[in-house]
Ligand binder design. Structure first.
Ligand code: CTP
Length: 418
């Protein structure tokens, strides 16, 4: 068996039709070819096949609930739809097609279809009268126009005893359609109205954001109070200014900002590697509160033995992402760091600027009572080698827009930052 779908990720939406049993085989065929398959079931689908059957074949948790708190924490619906290379709806019932064509999002399946940035491939399955009904044909035409792909339906005997078009394509036919779709670019283009050029159009901006988690053992970690609000706001502002943005985010409780490629990481070392892979870039902004140290994580949970002394941990220094980017061969034109200080804010920021070799430091006072960590406002100083701009207290979104505007100006001028 050739692994024709190696490293591909398929999000399979199973609608409520008797053909759902064929989708079990589809999962098996896709996995044989090396694909990762995440399954989302509609409520009606679960009347035909159990989530357990899909979970066993996919070897993954099956998703079905739009409002599940744990799923939102582990994997939000936006991420679920973005991580896939292709969304496949099989069986796609008349009702599912109608909801998708209208842009309704009243359950997880339809929300994913609306939120995705990838094409969806529909494998319709329904009674022939339902298939030929003008309403269904209108919905298919609408979905087609919006960039959706279709496989089938086939002619044949139907579960309801009639004969005609409406049978879901066979699993191997769907696999072939998936392989064909993945030959091309499955990303959906943004509407032209969103592609209006901005001051950062054509630029690549990498932003790090949030804290890092440094594992102590499989259940414990060292973290810090960073919320990621400032870094995420900067990524959003850069995307709104037309940049291609790669946001490398530590664990945060924030949605992925629109229009950014988001890479989720846990530890400083993961963040370091992700930034390295994302280079080259025109601008690097290190807004993450990267842990300076880690411990050598224990492979098993450290147990509290009766009467034993408390464990001690030796700290090992983490790679400095900002300093490495500033000294990289592919150094971005502008390298911007953040300094969270509790005293002598400007002096420490200047020192950091030189030590880490960056062009600008956004310095802020995070001393107790400033409310910066986790809060919505920030009082920032933009520190370069030669100057300091002290900005009044403003929202983190306003800081982000102002910073992005300054960076766009600096990129547009040919002078070095002084
Ligand atoms: N930073 C980084 N990688 C690290 C540590 C920090 O990229 N391993 C970046 C942060 O994203 C931020 C800047 O460096 O942009 C400042 O981080 P900070 O931890 O304040 O700097 P330190 O060098 O640790 O200085 P100090 O702890 O003395 O304040």
């Amino acid at each position: 068996m050739t692994k024709s779908l190696e490293s591909k990720s398929i999000l399979l939406i199973v609608g409520g039709g008797i053909a759902a049993y064929k989708s079990l085989d589809l999962v098996r065929r896709l996995r044989e070819r090396g694909a990762r398959v995440r399954v989302v079931m509609t409520a009606a689908a679960k009347e035909f096949v159990t989530p357990l059957a899909f979970a066993s074949l996919a070897n993954e948790k099956v998703y079905d609930d739009l409002f599940s708190a744990t799923d939102e924490q582990e994997m939000g619906h936006i991420q679920l739809s973005r991580e896939a290379d292709l969304i496949v709806a099989a069986p796609a019932t008349a009702h599912l097609l109608a909801r998708a064509a209208q842009g309704l999002c009243d359950d997880l399946a339809t929300t994913l279809l609306l939120a995705t940035d990838k094409r969806a491939l529909f494998a319709p399955a329904m009674n022939l009268r339902m298939w030929v009904a003008p309403a269904t044909q209108r919905n298919v035409a609408t979905l087609n126009r919006d960039g959706a792909l279709f496989v089938g339906p086939n002619d044949g005997d139907m579960a309801c005893g009639e004969y005609g078009p409406g049978r879901m394509s066979e699993p191997l036919e769907i696999v072939a359609a998936i392989e064909a779709a993945l030959q091309g670019d499955t990303r959906l283009p943004l509407p032209a109205s969103m592609g209006a050029p901005g001051p950062l159009t054509g630029r690549h901006v990498i932003v790090t954001s949030g804290p890092t988690h440094e594992a102590i053992d499989p259940v414990r970690y060292i973290a810090n109070r960073s919320s990621g609000k400032q870094g995420h706001a900067i990524a959003a502002a850069a995307a709104a200014a037309g940049a291609r943005v790669t946001l490398v985010s530590g664990p945060v409780n924030l949605p992925d900002p629109a229009g950014c490629d988001v890479i989720h990481v846990d530890s400083a070392r993961d963040m370091f590697a992700a930034v390295g892979r994302a280079l080259p870039a025109d601008v690097f902004i290190g807004a993450a509160a990267v842990a300076d140290w880690r411990v050598e994580a224990a492979a098993q949970k450290i147990k509290k033995e009766q009467g034993a002394v408390a464990p001690t941990f030796a700290l090992v220094e983490n790679p400095d992402i900002l300093a490495s980017v500033a000294r990289a061969q592919e150094r971005p034109r502008l390298v911007v760091g953040f300094a969270a200080e509790t005293q002598q804010v400007i002096a420490h920021a200047r020192d950091k600027l030189t030590r880490k070799g960056c062009d600008l430091i956004v310095a802020n006072d995070v001393s107790e009572g400033s409310g910066v960590f986790g809060g919505d406002a920030n009082e920032a100083h933009l520190v370069s080698r030669a100057s300091v701009e002290s900005w009044p207290r403003m929202s983190k979104e306003a800081v982000a827009s102002r910073l992005v505007a300054r960076l766009a100006e600096l990129l547009a001028s040919s002078e070095a930052v002084e």
